[in-house]
Design a protein around this ligand. Structure first.
Ligand SMILES: Cc1ncc(COP(=O)(O)O)c(C=O)c1O
Length: 474
């Protein structure tokens, strides 16, 4: 138990799953149940050495050792979800394994039906698309602003949301990705006012923004701006382990929570990892604690420092908030004169041993994380300075592919109908003019190049250099 400061109030925080797991570890039982490696005794010794004995000793699933269950939520898992709801300002929070992907699939499956329309931005994550294939709902595409100079998608225009709502009476929900992968923030408040006017629920995919509720210098979470549900990939920036996320239902949500819960149960594994669940519980407790607050402040200060140093460089530039949109300061999108984003990424990786979050045609994305020390940022700054002072024109880095899909689709068939239609696989050279039958949306950023039912054109070819064959409708 620790005393922590949040919103100027002292509250007590604890991490029930972490505590229950610790108790189970300290009071070991004879186990005749899954997982069959039984505290690591049945695993490869090299793996045990690598991951650590203790990690295997606490690797268990729900039901055992008074650890509670995930579906339905009971015991420490239920308590941890309730604490998370409070911390994020939600009415209810569900812990997700299989990432925010599981949340998006459950939202589509639980809330929409075949033939209904979902208004969503074209740069949504592919899990939103998979959700629609499962439920049979159809996208009504919002094409956001394009920041051509930066080769990225920008913010969603609220007026465009209203236009679509005015013209379509069968819309089951509006589903907005905010922020974009590169940190561009849309005006969710205005979009939520419009959704309320048309009595249509608003879902916000905040996969990249779980920190926003924990520092006033970050943008405001959609949970406070009128969204009905929000997904957060805690594993992306919140400090939990890979694959662990949260789905929040907002205080005044008009959604049928029971349907979402039923869909989640269908989507989830029946053997949830207690380690992953504990890591979500720990991430929430950490972000609420004074230590976590300090780490987040450091991440923001580091980002500001990095940005101020980039401003001093001659050939490297950063995306900054401009009129009409804001950005998340911790996501630093940069580009260099004369170098593609992929080439800049290769230089950082090969010459300086630096891994970035993602790179595309124009630039690359750096995250200033709660786990980054000032010395990490200083190293990055020093390397960027060296790159700024080097002429790379005589060095060859392979690059002949486009990365950030920014195309307007030509839709020929319904998404689900196309996905389940008879298909054939043909050489890419014969694909122009045919109708795509598969989702092509490589990660990162998981944004669609082509979806089932869309016409394949010459414009798609630069994005498909890694493909020899394409699946098309027969
Ligand atoms: C906007 C967006 N939503 C959802 C997801 C899926 O998240 P997860 O990897 O947690 O399943 C991603 C992943 O990159 C994403 O970028």
């Amino acid at each position: 138990m620790t005393n922590v400061t949040r919103n100027n109030k002292y509250t007590k925080t604890h991490a029930p799953i972490v505590e229950a797991l610790k108790k189970a570890y300290e009071n070991p039982s004879y186990q005749f149940h899954i997982p069959g490696h039984t505290k690591g005794n049945g695993t490869l010794p090299e793996f045990k050495k690598l991951i650590g004995k203790k990690a295997l000793e606490i690797d268990t699933t729900d039901e055992f050792d008074n650890l509670g269950t995930l579906h339905p939520a009971t015991g420490p898992i239920k308590e941890a979800q309730e604490l998370a709801a409070k911390a994020f300002g939600a009415k209810k929070t569900f812990f997700l394994l299989n990432g925010s992907t599981a949340g998006n699939l459950a939202l589509a499956m639980g809330l929409t039906k075949k033939g209904q329309k979902i208004i969503t931005n074209r740069n949504c994550h592919r899990s939103v698309l998979t959700g629609m294939i499962i439920s049979g709902a159809e996208p009504l595409w919002l094409v956001p602003e394009r920041f051509e100079e930066w080769g990225i998608w920008g913010n969603v225009n609220p007026e465009r949301v209203e236009e679509l709502l005015k013209n379509h009476k069968d819309v089951s929900m509006v589903w907005i990705t905010n922020p974009t992968y590169e940190g561009v923030v849309s005006d969710i408040k205005s979009i939520s006012v419009i959704c309320k006017k048309y009595n249509v629920p608003l879902i916000v995919d905040e996969a990249h923004a779980c920190l926003w509720n924990f520092n006033e210098h970050l943008p405001t979470s959609a949970l406070k701006l009128g969204a009905d549900a929000v997904v957060h990939s805690l594993h992306k920036t919140g400090g939990s382990m890979s694959q662990s996320s949260m789905l929040h239902i907002s205080e005044n949500s008009i959604l049928d929570v029971d349907s979402i819960e039923k869909a989640l149960k269908l989507m989830h594994t029946t053997s949830p990892s207690l380690i992953l669940l504990a890591s979500l519980d720990a991430a929430r407790a950490n972000l609420e604690s004074s230590r976590g607050q300090k780490l987040l402040k450091r991440a923001i200060a580091n980002a500001k420092y990095l940005r101020s140093e980039i401003d001093k460089l001659e050939h490297i530039h950063q995306l900054k908030p401009d009129f009409g949109y804001k950005t998340d300061v911790t996501k630093v999108f940069i580009k260099a004169d004369g170098l593609s984003g992929k080439r800049l990424e290769s230089i950082l990786e090969i010459d300086f041993n630096i891994e970035v979050e993602s790179a595309s045609d124009a630039g690359l994305l750096l995250l200033s994380n709660i786990g980054n020390k000032r010395s990490d940022i200083q190293y990055l700054v020093d390397c960027l300075k060296k790159i700024d002072n080097t002429n790379y024109s005589d060095i060859c880095y392979l690059e002949n592919k486009k990365h950030m899909p920014m195309l307007t689709p030509i839709i020929k068939m319904r998404l689900r109908d196309a996905f389940y239609s008879p298909k054939e696989t043909i050489p890419k050279s014969q694909a122009v003019g045919r109708i795509a039958a598969e989702i092509i949306a490589e990660c990162p950023p998981g944004i669609a190049v082509l979806l089932p039912g869309e016409l394949i054109t010459e414009n798609h070819m630069p994005y498909l250099t890694d493909y020899d064959f394409i699946e098309v409708i027969k």
